[in-house]
Design a protein around this ligand. Structure first.
Ligand code: NAD
Length: 324
């Protein structure tokens, strides 16, 4: 079986995806440059769970290094590619814009070039709910206008969709972009609300609650994201579709107010939070809400993990990992 390339394999979603692909017997080459945007020890700990498993190999590589990525594709013989490597985070994109263009635009271009020169059955790549910007029509559908991103991060994700569309059109690359909605779960990202909130509650520190807690987020459990990615990966655009490019939302389709999310977290941790209510941050959006009817129609799946169940599993992992 030709290997599947998973980029960003030491990252939160990439790690879970690589694990699930290995569980079903796929051969996986994981690639990651181990960016120190957050604690690299967490990335190493994720990788340690994969290393040594039959079918898994790992290469440390910066996809924005054109030569290195070109060599990777030359010798790879990949059946499929799941591109998850990126510089994530809305707020950090205001501070360090170049990191976003390097990883998300140049890095993705190198992956597209790889797929152009060494055709694959399917390229699946991560986009983001952030492309919807300040869209107020809910739920967000992939047919909505997304020409108004409100952060550079969102702009690079929108750029990815345009680049993939163009490459798919010009070079018949079967490609699918997935707009993920606020992903959470075990081994999650330390810069995101669930991890920040859990740490603050356990340490008795105040939680910064932006937009006075009125923000609604379509929190999506990581196992649902992985199931969605695999279902899509196994079903490339049908032959004869021109261009062979599609987009789907993957989100829980049940947005939760931040204040309610904190209530659920308090219940799971058995400890009260100290809330510090703050105004809206630049680059943030008031609400996210996925319309997943296309996903359900085409791949027979929609996320279903309740926020209570997902937070319970996250907290169990958090306590074990941090001995907290
Ligand atoms: P993550 O930061 O945990 O994982 C991304 C990984 O990519 C990191 O390990 C990083 O080291 C690696 N990387 C960055 N630049 C690289 C480069 N130039 N070459 C090789 N590797 C590089 O983030 P995540 O939450 O797992 O996100 C995965 C994907 O999903 C990203 O594309 C992200 O934009 C997208 N996404 C995530 C969420 C979410 O809520 N987590 C929501 C929407 C979209």
């Amino acid at each position: 079986m030709p290997p599947t390339l998973v980029t960003g394999a030491a990252g939160f979603i990439g790690f879970h995806l690589a694990k699930a692909l290995l569980d079903r017997g796929d051969v996986v080459l994981g690639v990651d440059s181990m960016v120190p945007y957050y604690d690299v020890r967490l990335k190493e700990a994720r990788l340690a769970q994969l290393t040594g498993r039959p079918g898994f190999t790992f290469e440390r590589l910066d996809l924005a290094d054109r030569e290195a990525t070109s060599r990777l594709f030359e010798r790879g013989g990949f059946g499929a590619v799941v591109h998850l490597a990126a510089q994530p985070g809305v707020r950090y994109s205001l501070e360090n814009p170049h990191a976003y263009v390097d990883a998300n635009v140049t890095g993705f271009l190198d992956v597209l070039e790889g797929c152009r020169r060494h055709p694959v059955r399917h390229l699946v790549y991560a986009s983001s709910s952030s492309v919807y910007g300040g869209n107020t029509k809910v739920p967000f559908a992939v047919t909505d206008n997304v020409d108004h991103p409100v952060s550079l991060y969102a702009a690079t994700k929108k750029a990815n969709e345009l680049m993939a569309y163009t490459y798919s059109h010009l070079f018949a690359i079967p490609a699918t972009g997935l707009r993920f909605f606020t992903v959470y779960g075990p081994w999650g990202r330390p810069d995101m609300a669930p991890m920040l909130f859990a740490r603050a509650i356990l340490e008795g520190q105040p939680i910064k609650v932006f937009n006075h807690g009125q923000m609604r987020r379509d929190f999506t459990y990581v196992d649902d994201i992985v199931e969605g990615v695999i279902r899509v990966l196994d079903r490339p655009p049908a032959a004869g579709v021109v261009p062979p490019h599609r987009l789907y939302n993957i989100g829980n389709s049940q947005p939760v107010e931040l204040l309610r999310f904190i209530d659920v977290m308090e219940a799971a941790l058995g400890k009260k939070a100290v809330r510090e209510l703050l105004p809206m941050q630049p680059g943030d959006v008031p609400a996210t809400f996925a319309d997943v009817s296309d996903l359900e129609r085409d791949v027979g799946f929609r996320p279903a993990t309740s926020i209570e169940e997902g937070v319970r599993r996250f907290v169990a992992w958090y306590r074990a990992y941090h001995r907290a």
